[in-house]
Design a protein around this ligand. Structure first.
Ligand code: PMP
Length: 435
């Protein structure tokens, strides 16, 4: 029997993938046994299609990033236009170009307070490493080079560059390799833990505290009531800079421009990526306050000795500008507040239907359902629910770090109320199916 062209294409791709491709944050043995879980071919709105012709709701916006949905022709057009005109040139050595200037000015309109100057990168990890180096440089030029420790929270995710890995508070990312960067310290999510660490290490050795407004990859963990107001106060009292990692929460995900605004505080630095381009081009950045910018300008001798080839990539910047225009014009943040409320109500309804649901939570279009563990030795059921959801046409993520058994959701910001109903129904049926 001869294979159909589609089957033979799939088989060819599976073999090539297994032989030649190293997948990020994936199980290498499973890949060799089963091949890639999906080979995606197309995307439109909240849906992805794979090579088998399966149409699936992308309830995590791929990697919490395809916020304006898949298949937006406007972004393709802007990228083509910019590539034809000037795809790339350096902005090292004070060179510049219009897309990056316009994007920096646009970002300043989105950010709170006087966070008005941006250094661009290609993603979240680079943005966080940039922030760690910048805060250390900042204290050095202010005559306090010993202020270099970075404090982060357990279960935080800040990326996989050397500094970002070291700041990440998820054990698996540390034990994967042998040595980490020095001068990173971790606190749990209580204000007391932060106070104790500052007391122990000494404020004069600490450069900055970094936190996601709502932890994403660590299981969609909301901060305790009043946490960030207290953190802001403690940072001010101890001359510690406060970095908000807005890589997931930025650009509307929580229902405000930046997630930290939900908690009524203004950080000194914001790091961002993902939603700034909705994944249509790799781009991230670090935004600093005017106060920090002024110190850097006044006191840096010689160069700002930090820069990626793709800092301020012209095509990525043009794509970001169009993406931000779409978020504004289509009033997507208003949509987040409507459909986000529906999502949380839906999760509460799911909890009522299913005795094995322990806890549901959410803010804007970032949400989670935590499952009860039958006993300490029991296998987590999240992965089985994810597999069931897949059969029913929905992709979602299971998070099982640190003994939790959680399903995470971050649908595209364009999701409408009917689509949210579908999503909730499938999640509920999938949980019921594996009881
Ligand atoms: N910070 C946060 C909060 C993230 O969620 C991520 C990515 N999931 C990163 C940083 C790292 O970003 P990137 O993968 O673009 O390097």
């Amino acid at each position: 029997m001869s294979l159909s062209p589609k089957q033979s294409l799939k088989e060819e791709l599976v073999e090539l993938d297994k032989k030649h491709l190293i997948h990020p944050t994936s199980n290498m043995k499973q890949l060799q046994e089963n091949g890639p879980t999906f080979i995606f071919t197309e995307g439109e709105g909240i849906y992805l299609k794979d090579i088998e012709g399966r149409k699936l709701i992308d309830s995590l916006s791929s990697l919490w990033n395809v916020n304006i949905g898949h298949g937006r022709k406007e972004l393709a057009e802007v990228a083509k236009e910019q590539m034809e005109k000037l795809a790339f040139t350096s902005i090292f050595n004070n060179w510049s170009h219009e897309p990056v200037i316009r994007l920096a000015a646009e970002v300043a309109k989105w950010t709170p307070g006087d966070l008005n100057a941006t250094f661009f990168t290609s993603g979240g990890s680079e943005s966080n490493d940039t922030a760690f180096k910048t805060v250390r440089h900042y204290w050095k030029i202010k005559g306090q080079p010993e202020k270099k420790k970075i404090i982060s929270r357990k279960l935080s995710y800040h990326g996989v560059a050397m500094g970002a890995t070291s700041a990440t508070g998820i054990e698996q990312f540390h034990t994967f390799t042998t040595s980490l960067a020095p001068d990173f310290h971790y606190v749990d999510s209580s204000v007391d833990s932060l106070k104790e660490l500052i007391e122990k290490e000494g404020a004069d050795t600490i450069a900055a505290f970094i936190s996601e407004p709502v932890q994403g990859s660590g299981g969609v963990n909301l901060p305790p009531e009043g946490y960030f107001q207290e953190v802001r106060k403690i940072c001010d009292e101890n001359n510690i800079l406060f970095i908000a990692d807005e890589v997931i929460c930025g650009f509307g995900r929580l229902g405000t421009n930046f997630g930290i605004e939900q908690f009524g505080v203004i950080p000194d630095i914001i790091t961002m990526a993902k939603g700034i381009t909705s994944g249509y081009a790799p781009l991230g950045g670090m935004v600093i306050s005017e106060r920090i910018q002024k110190e850097l300008i006044d006191k840096t001798e010689g160069n700002f000795w930090h820069g990626y080839t793709y800092s301020g990539h012209a095509t990525a910047a043009a794509v970001a500008l169009k993406n931000l225009e779409i978020i504004k014009n289509e009033k997507l943040i208003e949509n987040v507040n409507v459909v986000g409320k529906q999502m949380l109500e839906g999760f509460k309804w799911i909890q009522e239907q299913n005795s094995n649901v322990d806890n549901v939570r959410g803010m804007g279009l970032l949400g989670a359902i935590s499952l009860e563990k039958a006993s300490n030795s029991a296998e987590p059921i999240g992965p089985k629910i994810v597999a069931k959801a897949l059969e029913k046409g929905l992709i979602c993520r299971s998070v099982i770090y640190d003994g939790q058994d959680t399903l995470a959701f971050a649908p595209p910001l364009i999701i409408n109320t009917n689509q949210m109903e579908d999503m909730i129904a499938i999640v509920n049926e999938s949980i019921q199916a594996v009881k």
